[in-house]
Design a protein around this ligand. Structure first.
Ligand SMILES: [Zn+2]
Length: 106
């Protein structure tokens, strides 16, 4: 995927951050951090791009012990270095195009 061909929701999540929604722990990553008296597992899915985030927190200290992501197909921008400002410009370009369509359709 390139910055020009990546899906709009992936650009939005990369620029505006994910929209996390808690889901049940699916027994995925980080099995060495099992739910216990001191460990709490948290799993969430992005409502927009469906990326899944797995976490384990220490209930006593509040420390984050572990974080891992399962990115959806097409999310990664492989083979090129993409800077945050490039993504923000691409996001604005797409927003402007969207504004144009909305204005034209009225
Ligand atoms: Zn997302």
């Amino acid at each position: 995927m390139s910055i020009k061909t990546i899906d709009a929701e992936f650009v939005e999540c990369r620029v505006r951050r994910h929209r996390w929604d808690p889901i049940p722990d699916d027994g995925g990553h980080g099995r060495k951090y099992k739910e216990s008296r001191s460990v709490r597992r948290l799993t969430m899915r992005c409502e927009r791009c469906h990326c899944v985030r797995h976490e384990a927190w220490n209930k006593i200290t509040g420390d984050i012990l572990f974080v891992a992501y399962d990115y959806p197909e097409g999310y990664s921008l492989s083979g090129e270095e993409v800077k945050p400002w490039d993504l923000r410009r691409e996001y604005l370009l797409r927003l402007d195009r969207l504004d144009g369509k909305i204005k034209l359709s009225r």
